[in-house]
Design a protein around this ligand. Structure first.
Ligand SMILES: Nc1nc2c(ncn2[C@@H]2O[C@H](COP(=O)(O)OP(=O)(O)OP(=O)(O)O)[C@@H](O)[C@H]2O)c(=O)[nH]1
Length: 602
């Protein structure tokens, strides 16, 4: 057990790509956690997809021992936090486990919206914030400008900001000293009943569910009977330890410390982030503040392209769920797509991550239906209230008294020159502008937007029209009534339920037209003419036609070369596997996702 005054708990907040992971790795290396060879791989981002996308999904923590210039050895707990708006609650719990934060800002890019959102959260937790201006090695670096920006935009004193190049190892020692001298030690009563916050949990094939905790009061010991105050379950602690970043087993975690426990728990779903862990025999009377259950906000159907893969899909989803309790799934059947699952996610990135893992790690070909938010519907004649997760379940329009949809408040931060197209994008998506300010040559614009207009490709569009310079952060602000209708897409007069979506009446026609135009290009020609229609109820609002194919694919072989002809046919068969039959029309898997992207007609 480390005395309180020798502990420092801190997180690193940074905008994506500003160098959080690189700096964390350097701190580990300098304090001797790993050898240079082990450092060749970034250690904190430990999932493949995280690595590839360069983002941090799961919070991880590392314990460092640092002998400071004052001659004392300190225990530094570095808490890595997820870097995306979808995981905001996990971020808030990680921050609640710390007393301070390093604010990493790219010396060339400056302060961005995500940085701001996290800094404000950190300030709310009363953190001591140490500004770190990173990437000073870059030719475009302008530390003085960024320093001024931190002061002006965030209102933090940046006169003693630490200048670093995490990549080339400059300023790392200064960062460690700043952590020791500027971030306060944790407080807490060692003799009080145990109160530990469940910061994060994940499934490990060898250890079972691993729980990351921060002890707020009392002591957490191996062999102790513990109780989760929100979920009400009790467990026996069978392992206590920390990551350095390799696992080190301990006998206990004292007040103020961060570490992990295992307690023979089988599923992550049994552990709720933010829950309070207490002693089963001598429980705390009050739980720690701030607990909330995270709820999925975006829903979509996942169906196997090949119906025979349904069981495999069920199994794979089950496995992913073992490690991620924040997505939900239930079986769904659709006339056209067969059996699949209706899944709920924290946001679009979360959806994409799960979908990608299913495709890549479990080798499944999937059809993803149009993502949808949760609508609240009030039925006529006192028919009650219902929550609509799936456009396919939309009641008959004359049974609907009122539909409400979730709204968000979004803060977008961008260089001035991209403001025009960004404002247009927000207007096109039914946005209501609330605020527009300029700080240090950058615009900060606040919009209220319907979540449904944001879920599919808003973020991608924003990035592309601003060449990646705009950043975006949002939170939900409640439900509002909307003039919403279900738009169906018919291919050869058959409704394609995967493409049906709830849209605002005012934008339905443009959306329908765009969808039909894209499908016209995405669906291959057949031997017959194929009409593609968008309809609301029985009324067709847009229409395109795919002309009939004139030639047989093998025609150009002139009948002579049999093997070549066979190859072509095989190839065609191969292509078929990834197609879905709609009546007599085959739609390639890619068409589903591509068709849902709104493109420029937004
Ligand atoms: N030139 C330069 N590049 C750096 C420096 N620090 C990090 N980088 C590079 O910046 C990119 C992003 O760094 P990461 O450490 O992955 O960024 P991050 O903030 O952890 O990103 P997320 O995990 O997505 O939040 C990588 O290509 C790094 O090599 C630096 O000091 N100088």
């Amino acid at each position: 057990m480390t005395p309180l005054d020798k502990i420092r708990n801190f997180s690193i907040i940074a905008h994506i790509d500003h160098g959080k992971s690189t700096l964390a790795d350097r701190l580990i290396q300098v304090t001797g956690g790993l050898t240079a060879r082990e450092m060749s791989e970034q250690v904190l981002d430990n999932m493949d997809i995280e690595k590839e996308r360069g983002i941090t999904i799961k919070a991880q923590t590392v314990r460092l021992s640092y002998k400071a210039h004052d001659g004392e050895t300190y225990t530094l707990n570095l808490m890595d936090t997820p870097g995306h708006v979808d995981f905001a609650y996990e971020v808030s719990r990680s921050l609640a486990a710390c007393e301070g934060a390093l604010l990493v800002v790219d010396a060339a890019q400056g302060v961005e919206a995500q940085t701001l959102a996290n800094v404000y959260q950190s300030i709310e937790h009363d953190h001591e914030i140490v500004p770190v201006i990173n990437k000073i090695d870059l030719p475009a670096a302008d530390a003085e400008k960024v320093r001024a920006e931190i002061e002006e935009v965030i209102g933090l004193d940046a006169s003693n900001a630490v200048l670093t190049s995490a990549k080339s190892g400059i300023g790392i020692e200064e960062v460690l000293e700043a952590i020791v001298t500027r971030i306060p030690p944790p407080k807490g009563d060692a003799d009080a009943p145990l109160k530990a916050m469940l910061v994060d949990s994940w499934y490990d094939p060898y250890l079972g569910v691993v729980i990351l905790v921060r002890v707020m009061a009392g002591t957490l010991k191996k062999g102790q009977q513990i109780k989760f105050m929100a979920t009400g379950t009790t467990h026996l602690v069978d392992r206590v330890g920390c990551f350095r970043p390799k696992i080190e087993q301990l006998t206990e975690l004292g007040v103020g410390e961060i570490g992990f426990i295992t307690a023979q728990i089988k599923e992550v779903a049994q552990t709720a982030v933010g829950d309070t862990i207490t002693d089963a025999k001598r429980p705390a009377t009050e739980a720690l503040p701030g607990f909330k259950l995270v709820q999925p906000v975006v829903f979509c159907g996942l169906f196997p392209v090949d119906a025979a893969e349904f069981e495999k899909l069920r199994e794979s989803i089950g496995k992913l769920r073992l490690n991620d309790a924040s997505f939900t799934f239930e079986m769904e059947s659709s006339a056209a797509l067969g059996f699949g699952f209706r899944c709920g996610f924290l946001g679009l990135l979360h959806l994409e991550i799960i979908q990608e893992r299913l495709t890549r790690e479990y080798d499944l070909d999937l059809i993803t239906t149009a993502p949808s938010v949760v609508y609240e519907i009030e039925l006529t004649h006192g028919g009650g209230h219902l929550e609509l997760h799936n456009p396919a379940d939309m009641p008959d329009p004359n049974k609907i008294a009122l539909i409400s949809e979730p709204w968000i408040e979004a803060v977008i931060y961008c260089p001035d020159e991209y403001l025009g197209p960004i404002l247009k994008l927000c207007q096109d998506r039914r946005g209501i502008q609330k605020n527009l300010t300029y700080v240090a040559g950058r615009a900060q614009v606040t919009y209220e937007l319907p979540l449904n207009e944001v879920v599919f490709d808003f973020y991608d569009r924003l990035k592309s029209i601003s060449r990646g310079y705009a950043s975006f952060d949002y939170h939900q602000i409640g439900y509002r009534e909307g003039d919403l209708v279900k738009m169906s897409i018919l291919v050869n007069a058959e409704p394609v339920d995967a493409l049906s979506m709830i849209v605002h009446r005012g934008t339905a026609e443009a959306r329908g037209r765009g969808m039909c135009e894209r499908l016209k290009d995405l669906i291959p020609r057949h031997l017959f003419k194929i009409p593609i229609q968008a309809a609301i109820g029985g009324k067709v609002i847009a229409r395109e036609t795919i002309a009939a194919m004139r030639k047989d694919v093998t025609a150009k072989c002139y009948g002579g070369d049999i093997s070549r002809k066979k190859k072509l046919l095989d190839k065609q068969k191969e292509g078929k596997k990834r197609m879905r039959e709609y009546g007599s029309v085959s739609i390639p898997q890619e068409a589903f996702i591509a068709a849902l992207r709104m493109g420029d007609d937004g």
